[in-house]
Design a protein around this ligand. Structure first.
Ligand code: IMP
Length: 421
């Protein structure tokens, strides 16, 4: 039977999905990305060399793994072209990338005007978006005026659709005159990317389902995390798509009944970039220490990420929404050297079910359980039992409190620095 695994971020993105996907991808024939766009930055470190992908799934560096960019994604053609060129330069699959990469012909495209709109609408950083045009591209999708990959095959129709979309944003452009809103200029600018994307476009929905039917193993790579989900996250401080398990289904056309396991991925602490509530945020020098040790600076925008203690209330909520069957715990090594490690296991005065939205969070005070830390370098450890007892106690506590087994622990950025249980 086909194994269909979905990997979901537990908090506000940046949980280390890239490294974990790269590590487990040899067990899968296909890695398929279901949502988001170039707002994500999945970092891989192979033999000490760091590579960041924003659009192409993180399994692409494994020679036998094929990659699918699903219909739920919003794809920036220029960034995709850049990534494809990067892979060609690395000589991945001898440069024959169209044999290993498929792009859904239903995926939406992020146009230059979407990026412009994003920059104008969030100029005061109320949400703190990545300014990659994500919200406006998903808005056009819902408004039924989006540009899809399949539209690239008819240039006249493409221009007509662009005019329609650009007119839809004219209230935003009121005082802006830019080449990014002239359809013919846009096409000129995007031409090399458009020509390239057309080589990879296909109906990935049938491809995926046919492959599942013949027993192919699929790993679904989601982007961002449950705290940024448009329905279940800290609305309105969220991204514009379903980054929880529902998005994995609608973003690829995989039936929910074919999913065999859902892997939640959580750091041993939490980070958040952009605005929005953050109950367990650490504001003293400990936060700074974790930020530096964990290199917590955005891989897309370079912004420093706020750091907080692990929040089991939100982790249990993520486990409920997504139905996690296992957890991957990343960056445990970053906590090395702290004399005290805290984990939030409850909220004070909790009278209602946790709602995980902005209004609810305003009145929340976290209750912490304190753990002693460890000093010993754990970044070379391969077996769980070889970890310091203090680290083992923390992992076991998280497992018990969330009620989900922890199958993978990462103790460093390289694919080899991973403990499998
Ligand atoms: P957008 O997705 O660019 O519209 O940004 C909306 C919110 O989601 C902002 O707070 C971003 O910082 C956050 N966000 C979007 N993608 C990521 C990600 O991959 N990691 C972390 N935060 C993200």
């Amino acid at each position: 039977m086909s194994k269909v695994s979905v990997l979901i971020g537990c908090a506000f993105g940046d949980e280390g999905k890239g490294a974990i996907i790269d590590y487990i991808s040899p067990h899968y024939d296909i890695v398929a990305r279901s949502g988001g766009g170039a707002n994500a930055g999945h970092t891989l470190v192979v033999n000490g060399v760091k590579t960041i992908f924003r659009l192409i799934p993180s399994g692409v560096l494994r020679s036998n793994t094929k990659s699918i960019l699903g219909n739920g994604m919003v794809i920036d053609p220029l960034i995709l072209l850049d990534e494809l060129n990067k892979l060609k330069n690395m000589n991945i699959n001898n440069g024959y990338l169209n044999k290993i990469i498929m792009i859904s012909d239903r995926a939406h495209l992020v146009m230059p005007y979407h990026i412009l709109v994003d920059k104008i609408l969030d100029k005061d950083n109320k949400i703190g978006t990545t300014k990659k045009g994500i919200g406006p591209a998903y808005t056009d999708k819902i408004m039924r005026r989006g540009i899809r990959v399949c539209d690239l095959f008819d240039e006249d129709l493409l221009i007509e659709k662009m005019v329609d979309a650009i007119l839809g944003w004219k209230h935003v452009f009121a005082n802006e005159v830019s080449e990014d809103i002239l359809p013919t200029r846009i096409i000129e600018k995007l031409k090399p990317a458009i020509d390239e994307i057309k080589k990879y476009a296909c109906d990935t929905v049938y491809t995926l389902n046919n492959l599942i039917n013949i027993g192919t193993n699929i790993l679904v790579e989601s982007a961002q995390g449950t705290g940024l989900d448009i329905d279940f996250g800290t609305y309105p401080y969220v991204t514009s798509s379903n980054s929880s398990v529902g998005g994995a289904i609608t973003g690829l056309g995989i039936p929910p009944t074919r999913i065999t396991n859902v892997i939640g991925i959580s750091k041993a602490y939490i980070t958040r970039v952009g605005s929005g509530p953050f109950v367990t945020k650490i504001t003293d020098k400990v936060g700074k220490y974790i930020q530096e040790q964990g290199n917590e600076f955005g891989s897309v925008t370079g912004r420093p990420r706020d750091v907080g203690w692990l929040d089991l209330c939100s982790l249990r909520y993520a486990a409920m929404i997504n139905g996690f069957t296992e957890l991957a715990l990343t960056k445990l090594d970053v906590l090395t050297g702290l004399s005290e490690i805290k984990i939030c296991n409850d909220y004070q005065h909790l009278k209602t079910n946790i709602r995980y939205d902005d209004n609810y969070y305003k009145n929340i005070v976290p209750i912490y359980k304190s753990f002693p830390g460890w000093d010993r370098d754990i970044s070379g450890i391969k077996m769980f039992d070889d970890l310091p007892i203090e680290a083992i106690n923390i992992v076991n506590y998280i497992k018990e409190q969330v009620g989900v087994p922890i199958s993978i622990i990462s103790v460093g950025p390289d694919r080899d620095q991973t403990i499998q249980r």
